[in-house]
Design a protein around this ligand. Structure first.
Ligand code: PRP
Ligand code: URA
Length: 217
């Protein structure tokens, strides 16, 4: 069960020992892309169990080999929405628990000079408004990318949006709260601050570069 944050009403932090152990390896600069990707997916899967805790279910009749019984099934479809590129690195892990989920993609990159989000692509299921949307991105720094993605989803009609990230900065959590107070943010760590380049400290560096092996020498 993630803990409530004293600082932010919209934040839940996973302090589970297994998740924290995996996060320590992810943060380590020596961890190569293959292990980085595997760990992000493992953590995302573990988070998904709790992120979906409040999803609605309804009663269904099931015939077991012995008798009919009443069970419960999820009532509404789930759409996973990774923010390209780095969000892709956690999506398979979430899909392991939601194999029927649809995946919508939103392409946003941060301008290196201004740190403002630059929107370049989106493709969502036509009925995305029907169910739950889970925005996936390992890094919540200034919050510009997350807020732009959430705005796009809301403009498409989504009413139930949540976000999964690996590491969050206070500024990003605050911005999501200010602009989208209805959106719960699930993270594994609330880090200390942003530095002058709007990188999260201590953070884990540039997530997209570490996932895809594009770190500059
Ligand atoms: C990173 C990260 C987030 C964004 C967070 O993406 O994956 O999308 O920065 O920063 P923000 O909260 O200040 O907006 P980046 O722009 O590096 O693109 P990439 O995933 O393609 O590498
Ligand atoms: N994007 C990243 O990948 N890392 C940060 O620390 C901030 C933004």
């Amino acid at each position: 069960m993630p803990t409530h944050s004293d600082a932010f009403a919209n934040l839940r932090v996973f302090d589970h020992p297994l998740i924290q152990h995996k996060l320590s390896v992810v943060r380590d600069v020596r961890t190569p892309p293959a292990d980085f990707r595997r760990l992000l997916n493992e953590i995302a899967g573990l988070m998904t169990y709790e992120v979906s805790r409040r999803f609605d279910t309804h009663a269904v009749e099931v015939q077991t080999p012995l008798e009919r019984t009443t069970c419960r099934q999820l009532s509404r479809p789930v759409t996973l929405v990774p923010i390209l590129r780095a969000g892709l690195s956690m999506t398979d892990g979430v899909m392991q628990l939601f194999p029927e989920a649809r995946v919508g993609h939103i392409g946003i990159r941060r301008d290196e000079a201004t740190h403002r989000p630059v929107f370049y692509y989106a493709k969502l299921p036509h009925d995305v408004r029907e169910g739950y949307a889970i925005v996936i991105d390992p890094m919540l720094a200034t919050g510009g990318s997350a807020c732009a993605a959430i705005r796009y989803l809301k403009d498409a009609g989504c009413r139930d949006v949540q976000m999964i990230c690996l590491v969050a900065a206070p500024a990003g959590v605050k911005r999501v709260h200010d602009e989208h107070p209805d959106v719960m943010v699930f993270t594994c760590a609330l880090d200390r601050e942003l530095d002058g380049n709007a990188y999260i400290r201590p953070g884990l560096g540039d997530a997209g570069d570490r996932v895809f092996g594009t770190v500059e020498a």
